[in-house]
Design a protein around this ligand. Structure first.
Ligand code: CA
Length: 674
């Protein structure tokens, strides 16, 4: 999904924009061949290195006429205390060395471009530590940022991405509400606080995550982004963070002291460490597909033009819907993405990456990302949005689209197929789906159930979105019914079920998530949905206030049954490998649909101890209609796992088979061991 973000440019950026008008090279092909002649620098010493011989600066800017480094005593509002004229180095670099180790100082680069224009100062593209609002890079010793015990820190081991249960959250949503009982509201440190409780005494924060049973937390963008003014945090600004500024340093507003470059780094590491101690992995949302600003971005201020795609007329092309798109097919940009995720994996022990608008990137770069990360840690996984938000000069056959995922072994894509088929189309609030009584979505839900792999009983020509089995394995599919984008499930149900009671809508949410969490592929949920949180009907809340976005933890007491259902559903999935089959072939052999002609009914079995499951057969019947459905269950000793809006992974009851009623808007799950 995309957000029509209009980034807020800083004063520095505004000046830069004036100083650097659009490029004059016209056709994209001409630009590609032009940039292909630029030397690529793959040294690991970009842009700062400190050793016994001094402090070394290296910036990549092949067409520059000159380059300068400015040294500062503080992170803002002070004049430079020194400047170093850089000299041309190898492979497009410019270099300078200052005597001594300048720890505690800040620096910027100033480039004179190929046409002799002096560009605004920039912290560069590889700043690993920055001060307030990220305008100056900081010289610190990264080893000094490690919390105690960091060298022993390990994320959870994962045999397959399909074993993950992903929980997508924004730092501020999760902890800022007064009911959270958390001290460090909206900060990285919120996730390090133990024994936090709501006023009603319910577990919140990291204790809540443990209780719910999710395996991975997916944090919305947590690198330094542009929109929140870090010098004025008391004004309670909010942004999702899809407006990247410094890709390799944490966001300052999530730290307790944005002016101290080490604080944000240490505090983010403490967050990762606390989650790892709780057995939970950390997935980072990464947005390499565009930058907050165009001519004023750090890319444009170091190597103007190179890092972006352009239209025929030389203007920025805009597949992101946010004003520009990056050019991953160019080697230095591809390397930047690969080296940046490697850096986060190694320095911050990140366990997974979610690529925003991944189809803006080329397939080759995404395969490099997956391969290089697996070399660091085989448990790391990668998934992304297999679409763009607008047209791109990159040919469709090179884009990391969901339809091309079969060419990307180690990558998963979000299934918009199952998302829209279950609840109704995302862009039409009133539209309903399978779980809310609209017929015609059955085949698309089945496409989701088999993780978009080829299955003899699924007719892809009837799919709403995709018309062919685009995944070659269930490891390539993320199933979900809502995320930070668009209406929350709670709001979607309210908009599409006029006249319904809250109890009706909670039943629909349970059915919707039961389909997601029992489907092949990897389940993903939006934080707070287990409490039936809403966003007051706001579908694009990227800069809405806390009153819209914050999770009200008093809901946990009010909607306890909803929470208990989600927790038990997650336990069911984690205890039973039948829901986590590894290959398309296993799914085709063990997952058998029953022939049902009734609208809004899907019935299938996972047979023959699928995936080595202790259960010989699992029968699932989903009734998305408003009438009871008489399911014909084979005779046998069946344990009732879920029925009529209730669930217990150990069993609620037992039945002998025969005709079994499935209540409206509910799931029936039965299991037998012989
Ligand atoms: Ca920032």
């Amino acid at each position: 999904m995309n957000r029509p973000i209009k980034p807020i440019g800083s004063a520095i950026m505004a000046i830069a924009a004036l100083a650097s008008p659009a490029l004059t090279i016209n056709a994209q092909e001409n630009m590609d061949s032009h940039y292909a002649t630029w030397p690529v620098y793959d040294g690991n010493d970009l842009e700062l290195r400190v050793d016994g011989n001094g402090t070394h600066f290296t910036v990549w800017s092949p067409e520059a006429k000159a380059a300068t480094v400015y040294i500062y005593d503080s992170d803002r509002n002070t004049p430079a205390v020194d400047s170093l004229t850089m000299t041309r180095g190898d492979r497009g670099t410019w270099r300078a060395t200052a005597p001594g180790q300048l720890y505690g100082k800040f620096y910027t680069f100033a480039i004179t471009d190929g046409r002799g224009r002096r560009l605004a100062e920039t912290p560069g593209v590889w700043a690993k530590a920055v001060g307030t609002n990220g305008h100056r890079a900081a010289i610190i010793d990264l080893a000094g940022t490690d919390p105690e015990g960091w060298s022993e820190d390990r994320g959870p081991e994962l045999k397959s991405i399909n074993d993950a249960v992903i929980y997508e959250m924004h730092h501020r949503d999760f902890s800022v509400h007064p009911s959270s009982g958390i001290v460090h509201k909206g900060k990285f440190l919120a996730l390090t606080e133990e024994q936090t409780r709501s006023l009603a005494g319910d577990k919140t924060g990291i204790e809540h995550l443990k209780e719910l049973g999710v395996t991975h937390v997916h944090i919305l963008p947590s690198y330094d982004y542009n929109s929140v003014d870090e010098s004025n945090l008391l004004s309670n600004q909010y942004n999702w963070g899809y407006d990247p500024y410094n890709y390799n340093a944490p966001e300052g507003s999530y730290s307790t002291d944005p002016a101290n470059p080490a604080a944000r780094i240490t505090e983010m590491k403490k967050m990762v460490q606390a989650l790892h101690r709780a057995g939970i992995g950390v997935v980072m949302d990464v947005v390499y597909n565009h930058t907050a600003d165009n001519d004023g971005s750090n890319f444009s201020l170091t190597a103007p033009g190179y890092y972006y795609r352009h239209r025929q007329d030389g203007s920025y092309s805009d597949a992101s819907g946010c004003g520009n798109e990056t050019a991953s097919e160019r080697r230095q940009m591809s390397d930047f993405i690969v080296n940046s995720v490697k850096y986060w994996a190694k320095e911050y022990h990140i366990d997974g990456f979610r690529f925003d608008l991944m189809a803006i990137h080329d397939i080759e770069t995404m395969n490099r990302v997956a391969d290089e990360l697996k070399k660091i840690n085989p448990s790391i996984f990668v998934y992304g949005e297999g679409w763009t938000a607008g047209d791109s000069p990159l040919p469709a056959d090179r884009r990391a689209l969901k339809e091309n995922v079969a060419k990307m072994d180690g990558i998963a894509v979000f299934s918009d197929d199952i998302r829209d088929a279950i609840k109704g189309h995302y862009s039409n609030a009133a539209d309903r789906g399978f779980a809310t009584g609209k017929p015609g979505n059955e085949e698309t839900v089945k496409i989701g159930i088999v993780a978009s792999t080829a299955h003899p009983q699924v007719d892809y020509s009837k799919g709403n979105n995709s018309k062919f089995a685009y995944a070659s394995a269930p490891t390539q599919i993320i199933n979900y019914v809502s995320c930070h984008d668009d209406l929350t499930l709670t709001d979607k149900l309210a908009a599409s079920m006029p006249g319904s009671s809250e109890a009706d809508r909670q039943r629909a949410a349970r059915l919707a998530q039961t389909i997601v969490f029992t489907s092949q592929g990897t389940p993903f949920m939006f934080a707070g949905e287990e409490l039936f949180r809403d966003k007051k009907g706001v579908h694009n809340s990227y800069k809405s206030p806390d009153s819209i976005n914050a999770i009200d933890w008093s809901l946990k007491n009010k909607n306890r049954e909803q929470f208990d259902y989600y927790r038990e559903l997650i336990r069911l999935r984690r205890e039973h490998p039948a829901f986590r089959l590894r290959t398309a072939d296993e799914i085709a052999r063990h997952l058998v649909f029953d022939k049902i002609e009734s609208p809004n009914i899907i019935s299938y079995s996972l047979k023959d101890n699928a995936g080595g499951d202790s259960w010989k057969e699992i029968k699932l019947v989903f009734n998305g209609s408003d009438a009871p459905f008489a399911a014909r269950i084979p005779k046998g000793e069946w344990t009732v796992i879920a029925r009529d809006g209730k669930i217990d992974a150990d069993g609620l009851d037992s039945v002998k088979g025969g005709t079994t009623m499935v209540a409206p808007t509910s799931a029936l799950i039965l299991a037998r061991t012989k």
